[in-house]
Design a protein around this ligand. Sequence first.
Ligand SMILES: [Zn+2]
Length: 482
Amino acid sequence: MRAYLAGALFCLLTAAAAAAAPSATAPCPDCSLVLIGLDDVRADRVKAASMPRLERFARDAAVFTQAVSPAPWTLPAFVSLFTALHPSHHGVVNRYSDPSVDPPVPAVLGKSAPGARTLADVLRAKGFRTAAFTGGAGLSGASGLSSGFEVYADSRSFGGFDLSVPEALAWLETRKAGERFFLFVHGYDAHGFHAGHFPPEEDERFRSRRDEGIGGARPPADREERGRRERRYDEALGRLDRNLAPLLDRLDRPELRGKVVVAVVGDHGEELFEHGGVDHGLTLYDELLRVPLLLRVPGVKGRRVGFQVRTLDLMPTLLELLGAAPDPALAAQMEGVSLLPALRGETMTLDAFSETDFLLHASLRSLRTADGWKGIYDRRTQKTQVFRPASDPGERRDLAAKAPARRQELEGRILAAFDQEPLAPGAQAVVSGRWKKVREGGEVWLFDLWQDPLRGMSKVQAQRPAAVPPEILEKMRREGYW
Ligand SMILES: [Zn+2]
């Protein structure tokens, strides 16, 4: 319940955009849907030279050049994509809701946000046949992502499109003519943990760099190491493009070309040493938040959309495109808005909130405003960085000291959006999930109960272990996301 009340605030913050989006006749009420999830693909590295097949697809698609993810890593980002809820509202912010017990308690959408429906839930209820072929790992169905899918393939770890695309093509052959379907195809081809991304000696170096980052250290990389890492990443995007091509080719065949909405979306980007690190999850800079988002709708002309949108907007957009209007409860759940006005050439004004509590080694919240400002608030230090991404796309110049009024405004909006239980006058403490806000000596402090449980031991609620099979728990451990 609290998640939905909190969601209402995000909706208020984007009310101007919602009000400016008149309902429209669904452009393709008989269409099926293919959703392609490009794991670890950052928007600024998608180029014709390395990804010619995707570039060809883009000619007939709406290409959103400023699409922002609500989270910088796989699990919370995909749960957000499938629910249109921010991570702190769907609650699947890490693989475990409680890592402090043995066995740790996995986070499960049905428990953290009871009643929340996924895109697959909604389309299945409308009679769509549903199937998902994923690379596993963060896409494990155990977290609730498999909800609504009749078929959900997630057995491998960091698998690529070389495996999921043939499975998806085989499934397409089995469908009956005239049956509407929702097919989700996902691949980790660009991920550093994908087999073959690095030669063995570079793989070891990548993993040790990643572990150093998680441990809080970011030793500088020289030009040679940066260049090599960038080349490996671009090579991986090239392989991704080649592995994805058979699916895009199949979707171009006449029997599907005019009958399928095709969405291509990234979940988050990848650090290539821009802020000292590799991999993803620990920061909220644009190399992690800006992702590709392309939408091809039969009968709708391709265009480039240069204003900011959120991947949270994809679910409401797809439902409207497919003529699957949300009921009031679903409309209240979804924190994104339909992007149909953008497909008609209208401008929208959308602010983007993002967050991470990656493995409990970071706790950051950000706001990227439609008018070009960005604030990143660190919940541990209670400090806010301020950037102007349009003129400083690398986010190198922190303007917090030079623009104190802007810093205050951004910080105030971030706190209002994420800290739903402000400390009331006279109150000494309030607990919100794992966070405890305490008034001490005239100051208000925020404590992370998982990092500092003594601060709030009396208030921490014991959690019952979820019924997740031991072999899945073991697989999660092996994949190294804790
Ligand atoms: Zn990912």
